[in-house]
Design a protein around this ligand. Sequence first.
Ligand code: CTP
Ligand code: MG
Length: 249
Amino acid sequence: MNATAAVAAAVVPAAGRGERLGPGAPKALRELGGVPLLVHAVRALARSRAVGLVVVAAPAAGVAEVVALLDSHGLDGKDIRVVAGGETRQESVRLGLAAIPAEVEIVLVHDAARPLVPVEVVDAVAAAVRAGAEAVVPAVPLADTVKRVEPNPGGPEPVLDTPDRATLRAVQTPQGFRRATLAEVHAKALTEEAEGGLPPVTDDAGLVERFGGRVVVVPGHEEAFKVTRPLDLVLAEAVLARRRASDGF
Ligand code: CTP
Ligand code: MG
């Protein structure tokens, strides 16, 4: 294994609109503590010694803007590239993955919408892949009891059952993969989609599962939550303020 192969590359899907966050700029460009979510997320990855390259999948119409944004926030210490993302998260990841040099053997995929992931989580995921896992997801136990329902938006929804909470995990990113595994499942999913098969997945490990691969969970972190709804941004501001107060970050 050469030096390049031992270092992971990270793909950051950042091309979503952020509809659940409400009107405004694309979510990845919305600010947290005066800095775009995407910049926080890229910094969190760049802080890990395991990561040598970061490829951002930006909104297709915003590639130049994202390049300028990353430059203006002084992220030129590491190799950071920007490509145009796609219509779905899955497509954005596939396009990002295509920009990673062939010799890179470990790939992490991290949502731009998870700006506060601690570097320890990034390191732990990369280490688990390096130690031999083909797909690794950080996850946390659920606080709420979960019920499966018959969806009926706006009306009462009949409950089907209540899975045992002890067996459930809420999964986060970065998710880590042998590069060959991730590339293979994305290629298979593309073929399947073209044949009218299953819909896109919302996480990459889901694709590995779909095609029979083995996925393992490692401990995630409560601060790796995804900014999805307006309240998440309030929480993120509070976490950032606490960090800044405690370590001048
Ligand atoms: N994403 C992407 N390309 C898409 C859709 C999503 O790169 N076509 C990215 C988002 O930018 C985000 C991550 O995937 O960093 C997780 O997706 P999500 O939280 O669903 O973000 P959005 O799709 O932007 O939000 P929403 O679903 O509320 O519109
Ligand atoms: Mg989405």
